[in-house]
Design a binder for this molecule. Structure first.
Ligand code: TXA
Ligand code: MG
Length: 320
């Protein structure tokens, strides 16, 4: 495995060729780093599952270069899904659509739907374009972490998570810290009205505003298989506990204006919700590096991205 820092256009072409030859390429997006493979190559995609330690029946998102490539992967696309794509792509939004012939079972986890996203990050966009230029149709990429663990927001975190599971020809493209820091919003577009399956930076209100439709948040007991829906997902090794009761030696994460409990170890002091999202996984990772047993977290209040942060923290703390 080789890491390429701030890849040039030529290096991105090399990475696109590596994908075409069946190798894995981890790349940055505006949300988190992905672990990419040629979405039309079953063997390459199966290596993603091995590297992540992920169960076979979980679907992966296909990354494409523009809304014009949707039809390769999806059919019977509702008008509102096209409106969403036009409004928010490239961006932190994944649309779940009825699958087309290219979306085989090894991509969809045997489901009749496929997840598509156009990422808004320069290296990611160039990679999808270069890959399509040499005959590729899309890049399958889940977050580049071991199954159940925290998504990586830096290339270094990808190396720590997956370094020993990648082969000598696989690549990591390093383009610094991810801008948003939590995974894309997932919008189910297989029903009459959009349903938010995973909250993210594209909020329910933003979906309602452009579509004019009533949008619901997924029920807890969704039948759609999405790993993020499992309890104890997005979790560090340290125990995540919601609240202020940190004791000396515990980790602590809260908005800047909330004081650090005496003796606890401040992991981040975000001054805005955007900062909180960007710092979240880095802070949880840091706690593991320090070998902490407990992390006390005060969740951010309010709508928008704060809902996504609370969603991830509720899952990280499930059962604690
Ligand atoms: O921000 C993101 O979405 C990142 C970057 C790399 O794009 N990717 C990401 O992928 O978070 P992953 O695999 O870690 O999470 C994608 C979620 C999973 O929960 C998966 O089950 C769900 O999307 N998903 C993918 N295809 C689906 C489908 N056809 N139906 C329902 N859920 C689907
Ligand atoms: Mg993930």
């Amino acid at each position: 495995m080789q890491t390429i820092s701030h890849p040039t256009q030529d290096e991105i072409k090399i990475a696109a060729n590596a994908l075409k030859n069946g190798h894995l390429v981890s790349f940055p997006t505006e949300t988190v780093y992905g672990l990419g493979a040629d979405a039309s190559n079953e063997k390459a995609v199966s290596r993603i599952y091995l590297a992540k330690g992920r169960p076979k029946n979980h679907p992966v998102i296909v990354h494409i270069s523009s809304i014009n490539k949707m039809e390769y992967w999806a059919k019977d696309i509702p008008k509102y899904a096209k409106i969403l794509g036009s409004a928010y792509w490239p961006g932190p939004m994944t649309l779940i659509l009825k699958r087309n012939a290219l979306a085989l079972d090894f991509i969809t986890g045997d489901q009749e739907s496929v997840g598509l996203r156009v990422p808004n990050q320069q290296v990611a966009l160039l990679l999808t374009r270069e890959f399509e230029k040499i005959g590729g149709f899309g890049i399958a990429a889940p977050s580049a972490n071991r199954f159940g663990s925290i998504s990586p927001t830096t290339a270094q975190a990808v190396e720590e998570e997956l370094g020993k599971y990648l082969g000598s020809q696989d690549l990591i493209l390093d383009d610094g810290q991810c801008e948003i820091g939590v995974e894309s919003s997932i919008i189910d577009c297989t029903q009459m009205n959009p349903v938010v399956l995973r909250p993210g930076a594209i909020t329910k209100e933003m979906v309602e505003n452009v579509t004019g439709l009533t949008v619901s948040l997924r029920e807890n007991e969704s039948e759609i298989r999405a790993p993020g829906l499992l309890a104890s997902h997005y979790a560090p090794k340290a125990k995540v506990i919601l609240g202020l009761a940190a004791k000396p030696g515990d980790g602590f994460l809260a908005m800047d204006q909330i004081p650090t409990p005496i003796g606890s170890i401040r992991l981040a002091s975000p001054v805005s919700i955007e900062d909180y999202a960007r710092d979240l996984y880095k802070a949880l990772r840091m706690a593991d590096q320090f070998g902490l047993n407990n992390i006390y977290v005060v969740e951010p209040e309010g709508p928008g991205l704060a809902i996504a942060i609370r969603d991830r923290l509720d899952k990280a703390s499930a059962g604690n």
